[in-house]
Design a binder for this molecule. Structure first.
Ligand code: ADP
Ligand code: MG
Length: 308
């Protein structure tokens, strides 16, 4: 079966005024909710009409599986993209959700970390591959592996911003400081424009005192870089991947799905504010309408029952 990208649905035309935003979902720790956040944020954004592409940069391929792309169906993917063998469109596969595509992870990706070492521009391979091709997307979400090696470096160099899922557990802040130092180094050496998109607290357990203590610490240290939305620990979230479905499609009404709907709303709201800021400071000739990201916000908010 060939890899094909979904035909653009009428409701999923890319936002004309904005270039696609490339967001790396990263944390060097495993099991903190990177893949879950990538899959469900991508789904929530596609559900409100954004064109979204997930790049599975983890050799474990959990984002691909969780989006319903079983390994037997993956012929080419991120590995071939990194090696410059194919372009973004040829590597993309459609998912069950219109507007949401994925560059799958194939077995060879585990070798890429070593193979990349000898290549030119080894840390810019993904950036070059995504480059201009991403303009057809509103969002590209890169699911990074649980390490700070060459693959994650490629993710950070390709990205406009980093979204950090953080599990509320002992020593969470120490791990976070290490990641922030890495982000600073990447900024200084390879990608001046790299920003922190936000920190999202995951697998939050309201009955566990540690969760609220860690939350307090992280919020006092990182202020409004931390999303108000907190993702609760929720059994439906952990069941969904074995059905090859984002939890939003598996059980939309569960607390985990609703949290991801809210997170998408918050991300769009923040981005809308940023766009307005750029508009007023740069005096660009934007179309006479609301910032594109906020224009479709109410749909997210209706689904989440949240009002601003
Ligand atoms: P990472 O990509 O950082 O390694 P995952 O997203 O794969 O982390 O999550 C690790 C495990 O925790 C997975 O089994 C996933 O299903 C589960 N999980 C993630 N988020 C939640 C949640 N909010 N509630 C319950 N289980 C979760
Ligand atoms: Mg993962």
């Amino acid at each position: 079966m060939s890899n094909t990208i979904a035909a653009p649905a009428a409701t999923h035309a890319p936002e004309s005024a904005l270039p696609g935003r490339v967001i790396a979902v990263a944390n060097q720790k495993g099991g903190v909710g990177k893949t879950t956040t990538t899959i469900n944020l991508a789904t929530a954004l596609a559900a409100v009409g954004k064109r979204v592409m997930v790049v599975d940069l983890d050799p474990q391929g959990n984002a691909s599986t969780g989006l319903g792309i079983e390994s037997a169906r993956r012929e080419v993917g991120t590995y071939n993209l990194l090696l410059g063998e194919i372009d973004l469109a040829a590597a993309a596969m459609a998912t069950a959700l219109p507007g949401l595509s994925v560059i799958p992870s194939t077995m060879d990706l585990s070798a890429a970390e070593l193979e990349l070492v000898d290549l030119d521009n080894r840390e810019r391979r993904l950036r070059d591959a995504i480059g201009a091709a991403a303009t057809g997307q509103d969002y590209v979400l890169i699911d990074c592996p649980p390490a700070l090696g060459l693959l994650t470096l490629n993710g950070l160099v390709a990205a406009d911003s980093v979204l950090v899922p953080l599990q509320c557990e002992f020593l969470a802040l120490e791990g976070l400081s290490q990641l922030v130092r890495t982000i600073d180094r990447v900024k200084n050496r390879f990608n001046r424009e790299l920003q922190i998109e936000g920190i999202v607290l995951t697998m939050y357990d309201a009955r566990n005192k540690l969760s609220s203590l860690v939350e307090e610490d992280v919020r006092s240290f990182f202020g409004n870089q931390v999303y108000e939305t907190v993702i609760p620990r929720n059994v439906r979230v952990s069941e969904a991947p074995s059905h090859g479905l984002p939890v939003l499609l598996y059980d939309l009404s569960c607390a985990g799905s609703q949290a991801y709907v809210h997170l998408a709303g918050e991300l769009l709201r923040r981005r809308g504010r940023e766009v307005s800021k750029i508009q007023s400071t740069e005096d660009k000739h934007w179309p006479e309408r609301d910032p594109p990201e906020t224009a479709s916000m109410p749909v997210v908010e209706d689904a989440g029952g949240e009002t601003e």
